[in-house]
Ligand binder design. Structure first.
Ligand SMILES: Cc1ncc(COP(=O)(O)O)c(C=O)c1O
Length: 466
């Protein structure tokens, strides 16, 4: 734990013990630093941490105030296990939700796409200009798989910082995390095979499974602990499973982070059954508090893990750049599969991302971004708690920027979506996150929206439709 986190913990105890009651103002950061014998920057970081935890509120030119603790709702329930592997159905509606992201008359609470306000647009523009100026000749050509060497190096460096043994030669640049997952599944399965997945899970994964002619075996996933290792154990004993796909850090839609202990147990279990793990770590850089967690890949010593990620949730979904780290035995086949998919990933995009990472501002940007997401998630949770029916259950994501909401009673959120779209609001209906039509009474909300009157109004509209 860092110095500022332990100071934040100490301050939180003082707040709990009413030394600083609700509504009171904390001493200014300089006074706090002196009192607690820490540097001013540690005091500032501790206050920011408490702001992210929803304990303090920053008031411009006035200081940090203790917030009213929010009413805490129960987390959504864990579903029962699938009875058998099954083919995917009903994913065609996803495109309708995604098309509305770019429709200015619809408030996008549906797709997990951060509003441009959260992306480093100005920094990206500068990097684009410098790349187009200095790398003109390369920009008009292909950057064949495995991709631009400088980007492979940057990705390997970041993974080294997460204790993964990965060299630049292990990295394959792809068009997206989705393509990385698809290539990993092509490497590990044959049409008709079964893939074990979290439930609920990201709908894009269901589409990939569908397009490859695979079957999904849904494993119950706890909103606070992640995929049930007990259920997975039983499934592996009962069915022939060819691969397991897990979003290990801040899954979509639950936002749950597997603890380090559970990550190691997952790896041991899959290793015992010789089942490869396709690890999707697209949200790993986005903790709502605390440090960036390690991926499962960092414990992999036998080449069981296929590591997938991209820059879509952090820097730019528009770049369309992702990466895949395969075990060495599959390196060449993975490159060939990427090549026959699209020949090459766009060269300017690769060079821009490499240069942005080389400039070394990424971590600072991430700290700011995670703070924004923590505020967005806290605010959305508060408004849903105030506006939605009494027995509504709400996830408590540890990272990322989406909320999973379970509504009481017989609501069908797919039907609700049609009415919501007519009223200018989009959300993602729960059944999209299941291969078997589960979660009809759930919905997912995107919290990375620019919070203004339209968003407030959209939530009021949604609550009325409920
Ligand atoms: C868990 C997960 N994986 C992959 C993706 C797709 O990302 P990309 O744009 O890199 O394909 C998403 C997008 O929402 C996601 O939530």
């Amino acid at each position: 734990m860092t110095l500022y986190q332990s100071l934040a913990d100490r301050l939180q105890v003082l707040i709990r013990d009413q030394v600083y009651p609700v509504g009171s103002r904390l001493p200014g950061v300089r006074v706090l630093a002196e009192q607690q014998q820490v540097s001013v920057s540690t005091a500032v970081n501790a206050c920011r941490e408490l702001e992210q935890r929803g304990v303090l509120e920053a008031r411009p030119r006035s200081g940090y105030y203790v917030r009213q603790p929010p009413v805490v709702r129960e987390p959504p329930r864990v579903t029962t296990a699938s009875r058998r592997p099954r083919r995917i159905t009903g994913q065609e509606r996803v495109l309708q939700i995604l098309q509305n992201v770019n429709n200015p008359s619809v408030v996008n609470l549906g797709a997990a796409v951060p509003a441009p306000e959260y992306m480093p647009v100005a920094a990206m523009e500068r990097v684009f200009h410098s790349v187009l100026r200095e790398e003109r000749r390369r920009c008009v050509g292909y950057a064949f798989p495995p991709g631009a060497p400088e980007l492979c190096t940057q990705v390997a460096r970041r993974l080294a910082g997460l204790q993964c043994e990965v060299s630049p030669e292990d990295v394959l640049i792809t068009n997206s995390c989705q393509e990385s997952v698809a290539i990993a599944l092509k490497l590990t399965t044959q049409p008709g095979d079964t893939v074990a997945i979290e439930s609920p899970t990201y709908y894009g994964l269901l589409q990939v499974i569908d397009s490859l002619g695979l079957k999904a075996l849904e494993i119950p996933t706890d909103p606070e602990e992640g995929i049930s290792l007990e259920a997975l154990t039983l499934a592996l004993e009962r069915w022939k499973v060819s691969a397991c796909v897990v979003v290990s850090n801040f899954s979509n839609p639950l936002g749950v982070r597997l603890s380090d202990t559970r990550k190691q147990a997952l790896l041991a279990l899959l290793s015992k059954h010789k089942v490869p793990l396709v690890e999707d770590d697209i949200y790993g850089d986005l903790p709502l508090s605390g440090p960036r967690p390690r991926p499962v890949k960092s414990w992999d010593r036998t080449g069981l893990v296929y590591y997938c990620s991209s820059s879509s949730k952090t820097l730019s979904a528009g770049l369309r750049v992702g990466w895949l780290v395969t075990p060495e035995r599959h390196r060449e086949k993975a490159q060939y599969l990427q090549f026959i998919n699209t020949v090459s990933v766009a060269t300017p995009s690769q060079l821009v991302l490499a240069r942005y990472l080389e400039r070394g501002h990424y971590d600072r940007f991430l700290r700011q971004l995670c703070g924004e997401h923590a505020r967005g998630v806290a605010r959305m949770t508060e408004r849903v708690t105030q506006l939605f029916p009494q027995q509504t259950r709400v996830s408590r994501p540890a990272g990322g920027f989406v909320l999973w909401v379970e509504l009481p009673g017989e609501v069908d959120t797919t039907e609700l979506m049609e009415k919501a779209l007519e009223a200018g609001v989009s959300f993602a209906p729960g059944s999209l996150f299941s291969a078997s039509g589960k979660f009809a009474n759930c919905l997912r909300l995107n919290c990375a929206v620019k919070w203004d009157n339209r968003v407030e109004q959209a939530l009021v509209t949604l609550s009325r439709l409920l």
